[in-house]
Design a protein around this ligand. Sequence first.
Ligand SMILES: Cc1ncc(COP(=O)(O)O)c(C=O)c1O
Length: 427
Amino acid sequence: MTSPAITRRGFIRTATGGMIGGTLLYAFPEGSRARYILADEEPVPGDDEHFWNVVRGQFPLRTEPVFLNNGTIGPSPFVVIDAVTAELESVDRDARYGGWEDVRPKIARFVHADPEEISITHNVTDGINVVACGLPLKNGDEVIMTDQEHAGNAVPWLARARRDGIVIRVISPGWTAAETLERINDAINSRTRVIAVPHITCTTGQVLPAREISTLGHDKGLWVMIDAAHTPGMLPLDVHAIGCDFLTTCGHKWMLGPKGTGFLYIRKDVIGELEPYWVGAGVDTGWDLRAGTITYRDDAHRFDFATQSSALYVGLGAAIDFLYNIGMENVSRRGQALAGRLRGGLRELGERVEILTPDEPGGYGSVVAFRPKNIAFDTLQQSLLNEHRFVTRQVPENGMNCNRISTHIYNVPAEVDRFLEAVRRLV
Ligand SMILES: Cc1ncc(COP(=O)(O)O)c(C=O)c1O
């Protein structure tokens, strides 16, 4: 039965289960706090506070301190938490095995991949290890990376360099997409084999031109791996349109899914080029210990194996439904509206802060980073937390010494305004 408790031009409805407009809704237990929100594919403005306040109400997230650090971890809405707990209980009630597999097609659809191209992982770094360990690289082969990497991308490639003598060539992203492309192009030489860069940097939230990087890499005969830790759930993501060979991400940041979920996209044509190193039940189509043979599956499932948590992956499926029902275009519009408000307010502080996230269209999403002039970045972060009750992330990586603010759909403009006032006082 549906209960259209809130109806606004037909966009928003809350439901206790059943069908609305042909969309199947989960039936939530009696008294559940979870509600589905439907935008019915209709555009919702980034500043439609009525709609976004309903969205805010779907999260148990406390309001104090204000959470402005989704780039580290994305708090789940009730609907995800309820899906996880219900599945946990159901598994144990029935002593049931399996279930995590079922989410593969849904993940694939969310990022416009084929299910055969999706490997289920547990975080971003898992996927990076599959690629960094599995590519056939030898001493002297070069990998192009940026000076804005998260440890999760840097460390697996450094380990490969230590083991096999590959060389990591580091570039700094430019302020514009064109500059970044030019720098990558300039770094390519006859020994280059791989470009392994973030789509959205963890340091400043800069969005790199993943599609053009992939085209450039392929024109030069290279493998292209995109660390998309921050993309799905922040921006609509179409891996086939990007055209990269590998893209790795997690469910626990912008997708607002359970912590410890992730997936790796491997373009169909290159699955056979990656040697699986970390393997087990499920990766093969047959093995024989006496004959000493194993035949791997020819899809991306050859890289995930053994027993997993169905509860976490059912929860990830619920997170995908939640985002679908709001609409990824609407989600990213909201993120950009909040980021724009934040950037505008920081600009008004003039010389006292240096904004480090580019403002070129397409060059940013829901994250803004800035470096304060009159106070140390780590002191600022601590004061924001202790005196003003805002959770932010300091960015010491690569000597950036800045502060990163990431807002998501549970944040509201009043929080951004209060945050700006706090920064104004501190800088
Ligand atoms: C760009 C980037 N890559 C990789 C990671 C590592 O993510 P995980 O802990 O899910 O492996 C992060 C985490 O913040 C990140 O920001």
